[in-house]
Design a protein around this ligand. Sequence first.
Ligand code: NAG
Ligand code: NAG
Ligand code: NAG
Length: 486
Amino acid sequence: MRRQHLKQGGGGGITRMMIKLSVSVLVLVICTVSFLFSSTITTSVQSNYRTEIHLEELWSGANSGGWRPSSVPRSHWPPPPNESNGYLRVRCNGGLNQQRSAISNAVLAARIMNATLVLPELDANSFWHDDSGFHGIYDVEYFIKTLKNDVRIVESFPEIVKNGKKKKIKAFQLRPPRDAPISWYTSVALEKMKEHGAIYLTPFSHRLAEEIDVAEYQRLRCRVNYHALRFKPHIMKLSQSIVNKLRAQGHFMSIHLRFEMDMLAFAGCFDIFTPEEQQVLRKYRDENFAPKRLVYNERRAIGKCPLTPEEVGLILRSMGFDNATKIYLAAGELFGGDRFMKPFRSLFPNLENHNSVEPSDELAENTRGLAGSAVDYLVCLHSDIFMPTYDGPSNFANNLLGHRLYEGFRTTIRPDRKALAPIFIDRENGKTAGFEEAIRRAMLTTNFGGAHKRVTPESFYTNSWPECFCKLSPDNSADRCPSNDS
Ligand SMILES: *[C@@H]1O[C@H](CO)[C@@H](O)[C@H](O)[C@H]1NC(C)=O
Ligand SMILES: *[C@@H]1O[C@H](CO)[C@@H](O)[C@H](O)[C@H]1NC(C)=O
Ligand SMILES: *[C@@H]1O[C@H](CO)[C@@H](O)[C@H](O)[C@H]1NC(C)=O
């Protein structure tokens, strides 16, 4: 699986498509009108979370259970030693969020090795041909300053004087194993660092184990991911302006509609498309991913296909959200265009995206590539409800889920595609009775953004509880908020 080819959310294209969307969608209305007005929730399913869906609760946020975010050290944490073991340079590949996790891993690796970190290199986004780099996206000065008690960070390799000549240090290149354990860094990598003075780790996504049994190390990751990595002022300003406009008339929901070519090709969910579209997907798949036998009906039945926009709409409608709900769509170019968006739009006509909210020249310049993903990221971070439609490994949605948890258990709607698939399949086969009820029952067993135990394969970057959370009055003293962070 070559995840680095999955681009991250964001980018243009939606406005054009929205303009093309026609107003009346009679056929769809006839098909779905029977669902729109069905009975209110009466389910009494056994659930760890709740027995009914209350929209007011969802709009106001998940229950914190007394937990609050905290990532300052809780035990002895000396500043980085004066004597560094050498320089660590890394190349973070993938999209915005894969890079974000990689940056957090790089800081932790440098700390573990007592190394000086060279500002991580960010791959040009292969999909958008973006080359803004670390300086173009993040506030470098703030990053270095915020982490000064954790690692020493330099913007580039210093020049050294050797035999009277000035030259740059030459780093020894290494390819870390996937999810390498700490011991790899303190043995193989450290040895080469001491030998050469500097090492260059490439590629550097998913190169440090996520589950590490040292809570202080995990908290350092949270300090990087949720504190030190601040987007540049123009990205912050733009996002804030979009959020303010969306919120002017009340709350809003954001949806990461991952119905994009790369995702569909990766998932191998082809049958709902025209022969021409299927050919496009097949070609993309062959060029970017390892061959695999993929049978649509089988893939879909086990929840491996991204939800279609219509399915997303039907889930929300079944949960009780009405057609006045304001929805911000974070997505790149939706594959299949119009005919997939129409059904969604007829259920939820109050749709926006970054171009429709803020149609300025500045945005046009900023919304492609990583900066565009960053704007979508921030709007989704601050929306009242966030719903990802596909949370595969290490993508936009995953990091947002973790970030929203850290921002104070902000509501997320995470459809369990595996539980929902048979319900949608029944509906397609004409079994429409009890459809909404069945959807609600499936949704009730999901977590709406509260604290919950991390179970592999859930990533630390998706759920940093309990390491990065504390309580003011805990039952267990280990959970107590440190006195310097209350
Ligand atoms: C490290 O350097 C600082 C300032 O240069 C100095 O005050 C401190 O004593 C040094 N620490 C050690 C352990 O040498
Ligand atoms: C890093 O420095 C600390 C404190 O000086 C020391 O205890 C630790 O062993 C060092 N680790 C490595 C890998 O050099
Ligand atoms: C929203 O739904 C109501 C009925 O619940 C309907 O009267 C109204 O026309 C719908 N609005 C739009 C914009 O579709």
